[in-house]
Design a protein around this ligand. Structure first.
Ligand code: FAD
Length: 406
């Protein structure tokens, strides 16, 4: 036996028990550093309080945004205009750590950076970028992204919010529903269909709408049983008059908001596994200390089978996320690949969260432990940014060449 293989046999295993594949070793020093900094931030600023925020149904969004801004987490994968310009993998790792705290906290960062800021960064004028991106990067200005309507979710092409020209102005009428950050936002990127009679007739256009513009109202959606440490609202647009330069000049057609969703879905591919990892870490500790029938739960074969299957799915998901992140960093990531990641990783994260819940028994339904909070949050994550069925249809269309949506 060579010295090298003997050493490999006697290794004591990875430092992180939930990283049996030692995926951490595939990260660059900078990526590991970002992961660790965000993990510490979550440990200090989120974990001690998040159960109470969840119970109260509100989180200190502004305060958190300022702290996240100081660390450069808002729009961190964008370049210029005060954004950090980090890699897609580094952004994904940050999402994973944030969501290990709570999916609502990760949603705050995703909506700010990947939806609102990305839309302005990708489709905005230089003036719009300079006006909004630096303050959104620091967290001084909070953004939201209004695509979904009460009657048009999976099929945003059916939107009824209208934009009509009046002289050089635009006038927006309609409403958006289920909009993350809307009640606390300073600015909304709103998608509306141009009225049938003007330029760009009938096309979906994007607008940068200050939330204090006359005719804009945002109402908090109450009684959510999921993503409670996140602010979600309805936006009412009652003849909102905007100057011509409020329109995102490069955004024409539904492909513009859909490209923003692809951007945000990449963060979810990573983020959902953070919630799953936190559940698994909790269940592992619990199984080691809770005794029934004279031995720890961890000593039962059935418990070990659950734990083994869960770590397998967690790490398969992490491998997938890393692969997609590396593709993104090479500029080679396609939307159906992101759909594969979102579909698999959120579905598996939810399965892991529910399975961990069983290991905790009655304590699994208590807010003293994070597991059911994560599971409940993941129900929203499963639905937003394209439901599982929508992602199956995207993948199915790519496989068969047949559009089965309508
Ligand atoms: P529907 O589209 O009505 O779908 C209901 C069910 O029917 C789903 O299971 C769906 O998969 C299925 N279905 C629909 N069409 C088909 C089909 N063709 N074939 C098979 N099955 C189908 N939106 C924003 O714009 N901005 C936000 O910031 C935002 N934040 C959100 C935050 C939270 C907490 C939640 C819950 C939602 C948020 N959303 C946001 C909205 C979210 O994107 C939508 O809920 C989602 O797109 C699904 O739309 P829907 O709820 O109208 O469901």
């Amino acid at each position: 036996m060579t010295e090298r293989s003997a050493a490999a046999r006697t290794t004591t295993g990875p430092a992180d028990p939930l990283d049996l594949l030692e995926l951490g070793g595939s990260l660059s020093d900078e990526e590991r550093q970002i992961r660790d900094v965000v993990r510490r931030l979550v440990d200090d600023r989120v974990r001690p309080h998040v159960a109470a925020w969840y119970e109260d149904g509100r989180a200190p969004v502004r305060e958190l945004a300022t702290e996240f801004g100081k660390l450069g987490l808002l729009g961190m994968h964008l370049t210029g205009y005060g954004c950090a310009g980090s890699s897609a993998v580094a952004y994904g790792l940050a999402c994973q750590e944030l969501e290990a705290g709570d999916s609502g906290i990760r949603s705050l960062v995703s909506v700010q950076g990947s939806l609102a800021m990305y839309a302005i960064w990708r489709y905005g004028s230089e003036e719009q970028k300079h006006r909004w991106l630096p303050s959104m990067a620091t967290g001084a200005a909070i953004g939201c992204f209004g695509l979904t309507e009460a009657d048009h979710g999976s099929d945003p092409a059916g939107m009824v919010t209208r934009a009509r020209r009046d002289g050089s102005d635009w006038v927006l009428t309609g409403g958006k529903m289920w909009i993350t950050n809307a009640p606390v936002a300073d600015v909304a990127v709103v998608w509306a269909r141009a009225a049938a009679d003007g330029d760009d007739a009938g096309r979906v256009l994007g607008f940068v709408v200050p939330m204090d513009a006359p005719g804009v109202t945002a109402r908090e959606i109450r009684r959510k049983l999921s993503l409670r440490a996140s602010s979600t609202g309805e936006i009412v647009l009652d003849d909102v008059r905007l100057p011509a330069d409020a329109r995102l000049p490069e955004a024409v057609g539904l492909k513009a908001p859909l490209s923003c969703l692809t951007e945000a879905r990449h963060g979810i591919v990573w983020g959902a596994l953070g919630a799953a990892r936190d559940c698994l870490a909790t269940a592992l500790t619990y199984a080691g200390t809770r005794h029934q029938f004279g031995r720890p739960l961890a000593g039962f074969q059935l418990t070990q089978a659950k734990l083994a299957d869960m770590v397998l799915e967690l790490q398969k998901g992490q491998l997938l996320a890393l692969h997609l992140g590396r593709l993104a960093d090479r500029g080679a990531l396609r939307s159906e690949q992101v759909s594969m990641g979102k579909l698999n990783n959120v579905r598996e994260a939810l399965t892991i969260a529910r399975q961990c819940r069983t290991i905790l028994g009655a304590n699994g339904v208590s807010g003293e432990y994070p597991v059911l909070r994560h599971a409940n949050n993941l129900e929203s994550v499963l639905t937003y940014e394209g439901t599982s069925e929508v992602h199956q249809l995207i993948i199915g269309q790519r496989l068969t060449g047949v559009n089965a949506f309508g």
